[in-house]
Design a protein around this ligand. Structure first.
Ligand code: ACO
Length: 278
């Protein structure tokens, strides 16, 4: 097991996040179990520094994001972000911007594929973490709640966009207006997450998928993410043009690497069946 070495890129210790890297899979763990992994000001700043370092680390092929303790994340730290009495205004303003920045830009735009592993609970601002990951796996018994309305608040920051981008309008409205809880299978049905598993299987399924992704071509993975993200708001013609340009770039970026040519040759020689998943 290799510990992720952030010492050069990341001055100062991480105290609210843990990292561990094994065979190209970096696990980032929200590590405030005593506060149910609520996103504090410190966690927010740490996450910005961490993700900036991860984005340029080619040894990281896949990122798994999870929570320590009984649940994934209890959303924004209510004390830090909704009660400014202990924070000076400038710090709070910077932290609010950082809280958006790490979820909406840094996490979403990592070149590596990202998997959210959601167990126990996922509340409020945590929806913005899960949506920013490429793939989200959850335990069947996870409690998902858009609880902002239960505080007399609304799904601010990235959350309204996160749910309207993933869930049907009916589901997003129903759960954000009522503040009711839903579970893993319902989150899969309303497409907030990719797959739900019995709790006992979630970890094994997550790392099985992560290991599988770690074997795939990293540039092709990055371009798959980028294409899905950018073509969403493009016209068909713009999307075709974008992908033609990216295809040319793919060939340049993969020069010297044999994986794509070898995979094509293997198929043409009848040695592989990529359509069946290999
Ligand atoms: N912000 C700050 N502190 C929190 C948060 C939070 N979002 N969630 C939990 N904590 C703290 C509690 O205040 C408590 O701290 P303390 O031990 O110093 O008193 C500690 O975590 C444990 O919480 P409990 O409520 O005692 O634990 P329990 O396991 O019974 O319940 C639960 C956990 C369900 C997460 C409950 O604390 C809760 O409902 N929290 C609010 C979750 C929420 O609605 N988040 C969305 C906020 S809005 C937004 O994100 C935009």
């Amino acid at each position: 097991m290799t510990q992720f070495n952030l010492s050069r890129a990341l001055p100062g210790d991480l105290s609210h996040i843990k990292t561990e890297q094994r065979e190209g899979v970096l696990t980032i763990t929200l590590n405030r179990p005593e506060k149910r992994n609520a996103m504090s000001v410190e966690l927010t700043f740490e996450m910005v520094r961490l993700l900036e370092a991860v984005a340029v680390d080619e040894s990281v092929r896949v990122v798994v994001l999870r929570g320590e303790g009984p649940g994934f994340c209890a959303g924004m730290d209510i004390k830090d972000f909704f009660d400014s009495s202990e924070r000076d205004e400038a710090t709070l303003r910077a932290a609010k911007e950082a809280a958006n920045h790490w979820r909406v830009r840094l996490l979403r735009n990592l070149p590596q594929p990202t998997i959210a592993m959601v167990h126990g609970f996922c509340f409020g601002g945590a929806f913005g973490i899960v949506e920013a990951c490429d793939i989200a796996l959850a335990a069947d018994d996870t409690k998902f709640t858009l609880s902002e309305i239960n505080f007399g608040h609304f799904p601010a920051g990235p959350v309204a966009k996160a749910i309207s981008r993933t869930m049907s309008v009916r589901a997003a409205s129903y759960y954000s207006l009522s503040g009711r809880t839903f579970d893993g299978p319902e989150a899969e049905r309303n497409s907030f997450i990719s797959r739900s598993y019995p709790a006992a299987e979630l970890e094994a399924e997550t790392y099985k998928l992560a290991a599988e992704l770690a074997t795939k071509d990293p540039v092709a993975l990055q371009f798959t993410k980028e294409s899905l993200q950018y073509v969403e708001t493009m016209s068909w013609d713009a999307a075709l043009n974008y992908n033609a340009a990216k295809f040319a770039e793919l060939k340049v970026r993969q020069q010297g690497a044999t994986s794509r040519a070898a995979s094509v040759a293997s198929f043409l020689e009848g040695k592989s069946r990529p359509g069946l998943g290999s």
